[in-house]
Every structure is written in structure tokens, then in C-alpha cells.
Design a protein around this ligand. Structure first.
Ligand code: ZN
Length: 464
């Protein structure tokens, strides 16, 4: 039975409010899906809750928001490691995903969500759901499991990737009209449903897979509905070559010419922008989902995150997918975001622990268009909250818990997860998914999928 009211008391609360206040020995009172009160424990008087959670020695903070994830890639975790990007796509990821069944799509989404909840993610943007993964089944899983998710239907009408023509694996090719129709149908059925937790977006496939006319058409449809859209942009240098050779311009001018700029757009990766383009992103309030682990693993390059933050570009964080990260742990992602740029620009002052936490919470809420309700802990906001145990060897001592969380933390330290006032994990036990079943299903489906796709995955060393 889910409690109707929850009192979290004696926690170390990171509010992420406009003053970025931290409340030591703080309490937070939730009724239904809303935070009704927050302050020092001794000041919150007379709140009688159905459930009282003692958060002594715990960080209490807004749930983490992963703004670039592939639910369907959890099932192919570790299936394409230490290979070039072209091999990664052509020999492994597209072939495996092009052999997915709808059951695989659901099983993978459940595995992914179980890991996200366990590691403190409460909301996510799934960037491209192929028809063969079963949109409806995935939406039902999100409804059941209790997370907040933007589900983007993949849209494409060509078989290229960046400046390479006709390279898409046949099982990954979709018809534009069918994709648009399915988005309409899923939008009617799911947008705003599950107590407002589910959104239905357009997931434009990368440059080279979408013609200029279709880009414009989707931008128009997005604003008509209204909803939001996301696409990979500038992940590879080939994207830059593609727009230069075919349109004689740069990425942001191409985006402007095709109505793709705006606060309703989330560009994933956004690595290969010129310095002069950052102002265009900032002025148009176009969101960037920064994916440091994926960018390092696939040797994509370094996004100009310090310069983006300086220029006022809205930046959030994404874990990308099982074959590119290979985890869905946003705390590890915050750590990478705070580390890699220091080394790259030779300045230990860029991207602080506080910057990383802001990107993973407030930045994510902006990217999802829900920052009026989610992303900080304040009176009247929705209760998307996580508790992180500080009584862990790897976090001890914790004279500065903010710093420890980012530089010493990982998702295993997350203790309790609440979304929309509903507890999804308590004392590290998942309440809306059976962890054993999720893992068994995933192992079974992954073996069958590898067989069907004709792909073997073994260590490079001799296995006896
Ligand atoms: Zn991606």
C-alpha cells in the first residue's frame, strides 16, 4: 500500500531552489504527489504522515533526469565494446536492434528502468522508439513502473547516416508516413497520461536519415500538437561534413533553416559546434544533452560544455545506451561531466560538482519542459525525490556531501526513490519491479536475440 502522505525528516536537503539552499537536519512533507512543506525539522510542526522516513545521514535531493537514453539498448549492453563507431553501428548495434521483437523492447525497457530507479533517476527522455520495439508495450511498462518519461517515436525517410548514404541495416528502416501516423496514435493514447508522467515526442533520426522536407514537417507537427522533439546532432564530425557539403552551412544554421531550434528541442551530444554557434543555441534556448561516457567510449570528442554553460546554453546530462556507456547511472555521469572538461581545457575550475548536479536536475527538467513542477525541492513542486545514503565507506568522511556525491559517488548509494509522491524504491528494494524476474528475462531475451541476429559476443582472451 502506498502512503498518501510522507514525512522525510532529519535529512541533508539539497533544495536546488533559486538560492540553491541546503537545509541541514531538514524535513519535507509530501501529500499525494506534491511537496506541501519543507524546512528545518524543528520548524516543521504538527505534520502527521502515513509514513515517516528518517533521513539522518542521508542526502535528500531532486530525482535525477536522464535526457538522452535508449531503453532498447539495455538488452544489448556490452555487445559492442572496443570497436570503431562504424563497426559499432553497422556490425553490432543496428543488427541487434534490427532484430528486436516487441517483447524484447518491453524486457529491455524494464531492465533499463530497474537500473535507472536503483541509481536515482526518476525521469528520462527516450530518444527513439522504433516501431519494432513496441511503443505501446513500453508506454504500458512506464505507466506500471511509475517513472516519468518522454517517449520519442523514431521518424526517418532515408537510409543514410551523416555523410554516408544508404548504410542503414534493413531491420532498422522505417517508413515516414507510418512513423508519423504512429506518433499521432500514441500521442492521443499516452501524452499526459499516467498522472501526467508520460509524454510522447518526435525522435528525429540523425542527419542523413531525414530529408529536409521531413525535418520541417516534424517541426511544424511538434508545435501544432504541441509536444517536443529530440535528435542526435553533432555527435560525429561527419554531421558537420554532411551539412557543409549538402547545404553549404554549419549545424546551427542548418537547424534554423529547418525550424529545429527552440526550447522544445533536445539535441543529443552536441559535440561538433563551432564557438560562434554556442550563442545561437543559447539565444534560441535549444537544449543540449551532454553524454560524457558515450562520447569518450566512442571517441566522439569533447562537447564544449564549459563554454556552453558560460554562454547560457541549457545543458543537461544523458547516459545514452547500454553499448555506449555502458550503464544508466546518472551519478557516475555527473562525475564524468565534472572531470573530463577540466583535463580537456586544462582548468580545474570548470564544471564544478554544483554544475554537474544542476545539469542532472534543473537542466533535465528544462529539457523535458517540466521545470515549473520538477527539478527542485520546493513547496508546491511535484515530489520526485531521491535519498542517498552517506553512511557508506566510499562517502566517508563527508564534510562536504555535495562534493562527495559527485566525485566519490555512484548509483549504488541511492537508498530511496519517489516519483509523483509514489515510492518506487525503499531501502534499496524496488517496489514496482521484481529485480530477479527482470534480470532473468533480460538474460533469456539477450541470448535469443544474439542468436537471431547471428552475433557472437566473447572476450578477446581464450575461454576454456
Ligand atoms: Zn544516442
Amino acid at each position: 500500500m502506498q502512503p498518501k502522505s510522507i514525512l522525510i525528516k532529519n535529512g541533508y536537503i539539497l533544495t536546488l531552489n533559486s538560492k540553491r539552499e541546503i537545509i541541514e537536519k531538514g524535513s519535507l512533507y509530501i501529500e499525494n504527489d506534491t511537496i506541501l512543506d519543507i524546512g528545518k525539522t524543528k520548524e516543521l510542526k504538527g505534520q502527521k504522515a502515513d509514513l515517516v522516513i528518517d533521513a539522518s545521514n542521508k542526502i535528500v535531493m531532486p530525482g535525477l533526469i536522464d535526457t538522452h537514453t535508449h531503453l532498447a539498448q539495455a538488452l544489448i549492453r556490452g555487445c559492442a565494446d572496443d570497436v570503431s563507431l562504424v563497426d559499432w553501428l553497422k556490425k553490432y548495434v543496428w543488427v541487434l536492434q534490427g532484430n528486436f521483437t516487441k517483447d524484447d523492447g518491453r524486457v529491455s525497457a524494464e531492465l533499463c528502468m530497474a537500473e535507472m530507479i536503483r541509481t536515482g533517476t526518476t525521469s528520462f527522455i527516450e530518444c527513439m522508439i522504433h516501431t519494432r520495439y513496441g511503443f505501446d508495450g513500453i508506454a504500458k511498462a512506464v505507466e506500471r513502473v511509475g517513472m516519468r518519461g518522454a517517449l520519442s517515436k523514431i521518424i526517418m525517410d532515408s537510409t543514410g547516416y551523416a555523410d554516408s548514404a544508404d548504410i542503414m541495416y534493413p531491420g532498422m528502416v522505417e517508413d515516414a508516413e507510418a512513423g508519423l501516423n504512429e506518433t499521432d496514435e500514441m500521442y492521443r493514447k499516452w501524452h499526459g497520461k499516467a498522472n501526467g508522467r508520460i509524454q510522447v515526442w518526435y525522435g528525429l533520426r540523425s542527419l542523413g536519415a531525414v530529408t529536409p522536407e521531413l525535418f520541417k514537417d516534424v517541426a511544424r507537427r511538434t508545435r501544432e500538437k504541441p509536444t517536443r522533439m529530440t535528435m542526435h546532432l553533432g555527435e560525429v564530425i561527419d554531421d558537420v561534413r554532411y551539412v557543409r557539403e549538402n547545404f553549404g552551412t554549419n549545424l546551427t544554421t542548418f537547424a534554423r533553416q529547418h525550424d529545429l531550434l527552440g526550447p522544445d528541442m533536445v539535441f543529443a551530444h552536441g559535440i561538433h559546434f563551432e564557438d560562434s554557434e554556442l550563442k545561437v543555441l543559447a539565444d534560441s534556448k535549444s537544449n543540449i544533452s551532454h553524454c560524457p561516457a558515450s562520447n569518450m567510449k566512442l571517441a566522439s570528442g569533447f562537447a564544449k560544455v564549459p563554454q556552453m554553460l558560460q554562454a547560457g546554453v541549457p545543458v543537461s546530462l544523458g547516459c545514452d545506451g547500454g553499448p555506449s556507456n555502458n550503464t544508466y547511472d546518472m551519478i557516475r555521469e555527473m562525475r564524468l561531466a565534472a572531470l573530463i572538461h577540466k583535463s580537456y581545457v586544462n582548468d580545474p575550475l570548470v564544471v564544478t560538482a554544483e554544475d554537474a548536479i544542476e545539469m542532472a536536475t534543473l537542466g533535465g527538467a528544462v529539457a523535458m519542459g517540466i521545470h515549473d513542477r520538477v527539478g527542485s525541492l520546493e513547496k508546491g513542486k511535484i515530489a520526485d525525490i531521491i535519498l542517498i545514503n552517506l553512511h557508506e565507506l566510499g562517502l566517508t568522511p563527508h564534510t562536504n556531501p555535495v562534493s562527495n556525491l559527485v566525485y566519490s559517488g555512484n548509483g549504488e548509494y541511492v537508498d530511496t526513490v519517489i516519483v509523483n509522491g509514489r515510492i518506487l524504491m525503499q531501502d534499496k528494494h524496488l517496489l514496482t519491479l521484481d529485480e530477479q524476474t527482470v534480470m532473468e528475462n533480460a538474460r533469456e531475451h539477450s541470448v535469443a536475440l544474439m542468436e537471431r541476429a547471428g552475433i557472437e559476443n566473447k572476450p578477446k582472451w581464450l575461454v576454456r
